[in-house]
Design a protein around this ligand. Structure first.
Ligand code: PMP
Length: 407
């Protein structure tokens, strides 16, 4: 069932380029992924043979554009197990998807004295919108703690989900620790008090097979650019009945049904949330990315990343690195945050860059989590379908060199 990453690598033109005159070792896919030829060619084909605005005109070219755009929506629905494409709102990415909920559902449903629950490991995209909402409404923002193993303290859930909880918003996979969160258990507790559940699947969608129904998510967000697709595209999934009830987000063309001088009625879902000309080619490219990943098979993607992660954890431990998060591969994905005594992660990433290795260093848009871990920053290597054990070996050699600099 599995694939050969060195063959997959050939689908990605970027690997024909070098970094600092060396083989490009790209270990920053949690930040953004590289793009395969299949996706790049699909975008090119759209502009060359299908380009027109969607939904508006009756001529054949517009019908082709609409079919391509709506085909991508159907692929994005299938990818997360949503039975209906009406549940799929195209956005610019996870950040925008979460903000749509902040400005629509949350504004109508969260009041002073209510609570919004997130976790201690959230990306700023799933933190700042709720801080802003709390400031506007007088609601309280709470953070479910994590344990020293980088996993959620489910034992505390009863204290954190109360009659006042209106929304629980959490990531399915952490961009720092790689932790895969038990979303279903949290969703069951949230639903028991009538709260809604928003799942940040920015890190999960590229790497894990999951189903919105099994998660029992009310809303779910993911980004195209982390899963082989172009930037500027993403998905907000919402249960149909919730999307129906929600007020629109942006106002403008496409999202209306009928307009008078002083009022308007709204288009059906999901178009009610897609004002203006959408990112057509990007959405089509995201659909192609979904098909590309489906061809590899998401179970095979996961299997490959578990193997690489196991190897990386072993090799990093072998050079004395401090690794953050669980060592249990069934509980984590291919994002590995680490530090080496005496080497600042920024210095480390600058030094490994000299060897053609791209890793990220910093707070990874999760400053409260860094405080919880007691560090200002970490180095982070993240793996994807085109990475090989050779990449890990190059990383380890390069990281060891950084040790030498400060010895
Ligand atoms: N949530 C998580 C867990 C992420 O890793 C990211 C991207 N680093 C985001 C949200 C935001 O995604 P985007 O920048 O594509 O909107």
């Amino acid at each position: 069932m599995s694939f050969d990453p060195s063959v997959v690598r050939k689908d990605f033109p970027i690997f024909e380029t070098e970094a600092r005159g060396k083989r490009l070792v790209y270990l920053d896919s949690a930040n953004t992924s590289q793009k395969p030829r299949q996706v790049l060619e699909r975008i090119q084909l759209f502009y060359e043979t299908e380009n027109a605005n969607v939904h508006r005109a009756v001529y054949e070219l517009s019908e082709k554009a609409t079919a391509a755009y709506e085909g991508a929506r159907a692929a994005c629905a299938r990818f997360i197990g949503s039975e209906s494409a009406r549940s799929i709102v195209f956005t610019r990415g996870t950040t925008e998807s979460i903000n749509v909920i902040r400005f629509t559902w949350a504004r109508e449903n969260v009041r002073e004295g209510d609570e919004v629950l997130i976790t201690e490991m959230e990306h700023h995209s799933n933190l700042i919108p709720w801080q802003l909402l709390a400031g506007e409404t007088g609601a309280t923002l709470r953070h479910l703690p994590i344990g020293d193993d980088g996993r959620l303290r489910l034992d505390l859930l009863e204290d954190y989900i109360t009659d006042r909880t209106k929304l629980v918003s959490l990531s399915l996979m952490s961009n720092v620790l790689g932790t895969i969160n038990p979303v279903r258990a949290v969703a069951d507790a949230a639903h028991a008090v009538g709260a809604k559940v928003l799942v940040d699947a920015a890190q999960a969608a590229p790497h894990l097979s999951f189903d919105v129904n099994d998660l029992d998510a009310d809303f779910l967000a993911y980004s195209s650019h982390k899963m082989c697709g172009p930037t500027g595209a993403g998905v907000l999934y919402g249960r149909e009945e919730l999307l129906e009830e929600m007020p629109p987000f942006h106002g403008g063309g496409e999202m209306i049904r009928e307009v008078w001088a002083d009022r308007a009625t709204w288009n059906e879902i999901p178009y009610k949330f897609e004002a203006g000309t959408p990112n057509l080619a990007q959405a089509v490219g995201m659909g192609a990315a979904v098909e590309y990943l489906e061809t590899l098979g998401m179970d095979a993607v996961r299997e490959h990343e578990m193997e690489l992660t196991a190897y990386a954890l072993e090799r990093l431990a072998g050079i004395g690195a401090t690794i953050y998060g669980s060592r249990d591969l069934s509980q984590r994905g291919g994002v590995v945050s680490f530090n080496l005594d005496g080497v600042h992660p920024h210095d480390m990433s600058t030094i490994v860059d000299q060897e053609g290795v791209c890793i990220r260093a910093g707070h990874h848009c999760a400053q409260p989590l860094m405080r919880r871990l007691g560090v200002p920053a970490t180095a982070r290597a993240s793996f994807y379908i085109y990475n090989t054990t050779e990449d890990v070996d190059v990383l380890i050699d390069a990281v060891e060199k950084s040790k030498g600099w400060f010895a």
